[in-house]
Ligand binder design. Structure first.
Ligand code: CDT
Length: 321
């Protein structure tokens, strides 16, 4: 019998700096209600879906940064989304900024996504591994991208979960540009990879690439889908947010690499596709039969420790205010 799942990509338009979490959650519930009418089993929301994309601003006061973080999940602002999804029997992926004292050595800040099942239970958590941007204030740039300053590198790897009748993985935004992200999940048999993104149209370090942002977005997700024989659902926060243009084109991609559904606006919008997991086998039993064709003895450089590449440790580990 065919294994299928009806999945919704629930793109959000811009969230203003002064928009409350309760308002963002109301918008997500409206998309969830539409998803319910359209027969969805699972809905994917963007990265950092509860607030504006705050790493675009340099903030000296840690309390101002921490105002964008969640100290519990769910919390009273987000509980209505959990409740409505459970009533509708729909699962979801949600990105948010996580502030947690989960280790002995103090507070930690991660760019996080959770997977919630149709009964409202959190069944998976992922913390963003590939943090883009920079640590220091760049006063000459119109916008900052201070993810490296405000977050720590995720510490959970790229696990997959048995959920929704499939093998499901998660990643977040910049992760999608790195083939290792998809391959690590592909090696664990991922059939569905969920991801949210906030991608500025303008990249101050390389303005010549501005016109390529939409192309690169689809290029990396379609390649990740095809090369690993997995469905990919990529969902944007889109539109002009606090004067910064974010790309849209949220989409659902088949294991062949074909886009089967795509948002047409830069606003709150839902697109839906029926994902047939037998289609993963079309790829994995043929051109990308890992057992037959992979040659890992030649891939050692991929996992060798970094040489001569410096990284500042400790972003996101300030004491919580
Ligand atoms: N949110 C996020 O990861 N955005 C990055 C922007 C990279 S440019 C600094 C992305 O890869 O889309």
């Amino acid at each position: 019998m065919a294994r299928t799942l009806t999945v919704g990509a629930a793109q959000l338009g811009p969230i203003a700096r002064d928009e409350s979490r309760a308002s963002a959650v109301r918008r997500m519930i409206a998309l969830l209600d539409e998803a319910s009418l359209r027969g969805c089993d699972l809905v994917v929301f963007p990265e950092l879906a509860l607030t504006t994309f705050f790493p675009r601003w340099y903030m000296e006061d840690q309390a101002d940064v921490d105002a964008f973080f969640e100290r519990a999940m769910p919390n009273p602002d987000v509980q209505p989304l959990f409740d409505r999804a459970r009533e509708a029997g729909i699962g979801f992926y949600l990105g948010y900024a996580e502030l947690t004292p989960d280790d002995d050595d103090g507070w930690h800040r991660y760019n996080t996504a959770i997977l919630v099942d149709s009964a409202g239970a959190i069944v998976g958590k992922y913390r963003k591994v590939h943090l883009p941007g920079h640590y220091e204030h760049e006063p000459d740039w119109p916008f900052q991208h201070l993810e490296k300053r405000y977050f720590e590198t995720g510490n959970l790897g790229f696990p997959v979960w048995q959920a929704f009748g499939a093998t499901v993985g998660m990643c977040i935004c910049n992760d999608r540009r790195w083939p290792e992200t998809f391959r690590v999940m592909g090696l664990q048999g991922a059939e569905l990879v969920l991801l949210g993104y906030n991608t500025p149209m303008h990249y101050p370090r390389m303005p010549a690439h501005d016109s390529l942002q939409n192309f690169h977005n689809h290029l990396v997700m379609q390649a990740g889908a095809y090369q690993n024989g997995t469905w990919v659902v990529g969902v944007a926060k889109a539109g002009r947010e606090e004067g910064c243009d974010l790309i849209g084109q949220s989409c659902i991609i088949a294991p062949t690499g074909e886009i089967v559904a795509m948002c047409a606006t830069l606003e709150d919008e839902l697109v839906v596709a029926r994902c047939d997991f037998d289609r993963c086998r079309e790829i994995r039993r043929n051109i990308f039969d890992f057992a037959l064709h992979r040659q890992p003895q030649h891939y050692g450089l991929i996992t060798a420790p970094k040489k001569g590449e410096t990284e500042k440790p400790g972003g996101g580990r300030e004491q919580a205010a």
